[in-house]
Design a protein around this ligand. Structure first.
Ligand code: NAD
Ligand code: 89Y
Length: 344
C-alpha cells in the first residue's frame, strides 16, 4: 500500500517557482505543506494560488519537525545558509542550481550534509528533458559505440534580464546560469572530465559577468567535448531553450537538432527520432521543454527518498560538475588548461 505523501516546505516564491509548484501537484508521493519567502506578499500570493495551507517569511520554519523535505528555489548566494538550516533539522533537500557561487562553498555544503547524513539533490533539470533521457538510452545501448567526441551548445538571445534581473549584477554569470546545465549534460552523456580550457566573453554592455563562454573538456575515457553557451546570439527564430550539438562514437553519431530531434547515424543507415516535450495546462512556449523536465526532476527526488536510492545529481556527484565550472573560470582568468586535480 502507498504510504502517506511526504510533506515538503517550499522556499523561494520568485520567478521560477511557479514551475516547481505546478510540478509538485503532479508528483506522486509528495505534497507541499507550507511555503516560505522573505517577501510576505509573495509567500501569501503563492500559498493562495497553489492551495498551500501555510505560509511564512522565516526559513527557520524548516525546523518545526513537520517537514519530510525542503525544496529550495532561491538564488545561489542564499543556498549555503538555507541548506545549513535543513541539515541542522535533518530535513532532506532538493535545491535549485547553481549549488553555490564557487567550488569552496559547494565543498562546504556537501561536507556538512554528508557528515549529518542529510540527503541533498541538485535540481538539475536539463538532463531530465525527454530528449536527453532518450539520448542517454541510445548511448547506453552501445549503438554508436564508445563515445569519442561531443558538442553541446546553447546560444540564443532570450531576454533573460527581465525575468531574472539579478543576473545583470552576477559576476559569475553565464557558466553558473546555463553553463552548469551543459557541464552536467556533458558528464551525463560523455562521463566525468578531468581538464578544462575556457574563453569567456561579455558581449552585452552593462552586465557584471560573462554572457558567453566556450569550454573544451577532456573526459576520463579521453573523449573531448566542446561546450558553448551564450545569451548574445541573435537568430530568428530564437533557439531558446534548445540545446543543440552532437555526440560521436566509434560506430556512429547522434546529432541533436532543432525541433527536439535526434538524428542517429550508424552503419545501418540514418533515422530521426522526435522527442517533443509534453505540454501541460501550465506550460507555454518557448518554455515547454524546460517546464516539462521539472516534474520529472522532482519525481526522481521523491522516488529516491522513498526507495533510499542515490540521486543522479546528489550534492556529492554534482561536486564534479561544479569543479568543471570552477576550472572553467580559472582557465578563463589564467589563459591555461586547468586540471580538476589542481582544485580538489
Ligand atoms: P527569484 O529571485 O525570482 O526568486 C527567489 C525568491 O527567493 C525571491 O522571492 C526571494 O525573496 C526569495 N528568497 C531569497 N532568499 C530567501 C530566504 N533566505 N528565505 C526566504 N525566501 C528567500 O529567483 P528565480 O529566478 O526564481 O531563481 C531561483 C533559482 O532557480 C536560481 O538559482 C536560478 O538559477 C534557478 N533557475 C533555474 C532554472 C532551471 O531551468 N533549472 C530556471 C530559472 C531559474
Ligand atoms: O536561468 C536559466 C536556466 O537555468 O534555465 C533557463 C533560464 O531560466 C533562462 O535561460
Amino acid at each position: 500500500a502507498v504510504s502517506q505523501n511526504l510533506k515538503g516546505l517550499f522556499i523561494g516564491a520568485g520567478f521560477f517557482s511557479r514551475n516547481h509548484l505546478h510540478a509538485w501537484a503532479e508528483v506522486e508521493g509528495a505534497e507541499i505543506a507550507a511555503i516560505c519567502d522573505r517577501d510576505p506578499q509573495r509567500a501569501e500570493a503563492a500559498a493562495k494560488e497553489y492551495g498551500i495551507a501555510e505560509w511564512g517569511t522565516d526559513a527557520a520554519m524548516l525546523q518545526s519537525g513537520r517537514f519530510d523535505f525542503v525544496d529550495i528555489c532561491t538564488t545561489m548566494e542564499t543556498h549555503e545558509a538555507l541548506i545549513a538550516l535543513a541539515v541542522q533539522a535533518g530535513v532532506p533537500v532538493i535545491v535549485q542550481k547553481p549549488m553555490a557561487p564557487d567550488l569552496a562553498t559547494c565543498l562546504r555544503i556537501e561536507a556538512q550534509a554528508r557528515a549529518a547524513g542529510v540527503p541533498v539533490m541538485l535540481h538539475e533539470n536539463f538532463r531530465f528533458q525527454k530528449i536527453f533521457r532518450r539520448l542517454r538510452e541510445i548511448l547506453s545501448s552501445g549503438e554508436i559505440g564508445e563515445v569519442t567526441f561531443g558538442r553541446l551548445n546553447w546560444r540564443n538571445d532570450i531576454d533573460v534580464y527581465t525575468n531574472q534581473p539579478y543576473l545583470i549584477e552576477t559576476k559569475r554569470f553565464m557558466i553558473m546560469d546555463v553553463g552548469i546545465h551543459m557541464l552536467d549534460l556533458a558528464r551525463y552523456l560523455l562521463g566525468d572530465a578531468s581538464e578544462v580550457s575556457c574563453f569567456n566573453q561579455s558581449v552585452k554592455e552593462g552586465i557584471a559577468g560573462e554572457d558567453a563562454a566556450t569550454m573544451l573538456l577532456r573526459h576520463d575515457n579521453k573523449a573531448v567535448s566542446v561546450v558553448d553557451v551564450s545569451y548574445a546570439s541573435h537568430k530568428s527564430p530564437n533557439l531558446f531553450p534548445q540545446t543543440l550539438g552532437e555526440i560521436e562514437g566509434r560506430l556512429g553519431t547522434v546529432e541533436i537538432l532543432e525541433g527536439q530531434v535526434l538524428r542517429i547515424h550508424t552503419a545501418a543507415g540514418r533515422r530521426d527520432e522526435v522527442l517533443a516535450a509534453d505540454g501541460r495546462s501550465w506550460t507555454s512556449e518557448p518554455w515547454t521543454q524546460i517546464q516539462d523536465s521539472v516534474p520529472r526532476t522532482q519525481q526522481h527526488f521523491i522516488d529516491c527518498l522513498r526507495s533510499g536510492r542515490d540521486f543522479e545529481t546528489s550534492a556529492g556527484d554534482s561536486l564534479k560538475t561544479y569543479a568543471l565550472a570552477e576550472a572553467a573560470y580559472c582557465s578563463a582568468a589564467t589563459g591555461r588548461t586547468v586540471a580538476i586535480a589542481e582544485l580538489v
